[in-house]
Design a protein around this ligand. Structure first.
Ligand code: NI
Length: 199
């Protein structure tokens, strides 16, 4: 497996609508290897999600995964999921607020409101159709990654760009107390992502 180079904001690949993955293409060893690399790259950079356009591949596939420290049993966790050609449908008008981050926009956080619960229709890496309902943080990550497939980044979803912050300022002025604990874990001065933000 390989760690792939992550496209940074300003690269046109992040702004175009990605192409669907055909059943034939999905079955190829090359594409299966690409999915493995996407997973590997997400884990290397401690993201909780990564979409193919973020590694310069304009295809409708994304991976999501969140494993939290057992010290925080209340923290949001969800298993590794490969989303091929995902289609999301909001299931509620209720919004969830999250300070999102993105591997393609390093070092920043912004406050975004999204539907709290969504239906996710997609295919898995074998091409089998899947339908799930996700909510809360899991729903935020699924929406953030699916947005990447449509050339959308979280800035575009912000109601107020004044609620954009560098990581350090986010932690100083906006983070909730449990996020401070995470900072202790990572060590002072570390700017490693805490694994909580969508990527
Ligand atoms: Ni992102």
């Amino acid at each position: 497996m390989a760690i792939l180079k992550v496209a940074q904001l300003g690269h046109p690949v992040l702004r175009r609508r990605a192409d669907p993955v055909s059943p034939e293409e999905l079955q190829t060893p090359e594409f299966q290897r690409f999915i493995d690399d996407l997973i590997e790259t997400m884990r290397e950079y401690e993201g909780v999600g990564l979409a193919a356009p973020q590694v310069h591949v304009s295809k409708r596939v994304a991976v999501v995964e969140s494993h939290r420290n057992p010290r925080y049993p209340e923290a949001p966790e969800f298993p590794l999921t490969v989303l091929v050609n995902p289609v999301l449908t909001p299931l509620t008008d209720e919004a969830i607020e999250w300070w999102e981050g993105c591997l393609s926009i390093p070092g920043m956080r912004g406050r975004v409101l999204r539907p709290r619960k969504v239906k996710v229709e997609a295919q898995d890496r074998t091409g089998a159709p899947t339908v799930t309902e996700v909510e809360g943080f899991t729903a935020v990550v699924h929406q953030h990654e699916t947005d990447h497939l449509d050339g959308i980044v979280y800035f575009d979803r912000m109601e107020d760009l004044r609620e954009l912050a560098f990581e350090r300022e986010y932690r100083m002025h906006w983070a909730k107390p449990e996020d401070d604990d995470d900072e202790d874990e990572n060590g002072p001065g570390g700017d490693e992502p805490d694994g909580e933000e969508p990527r």
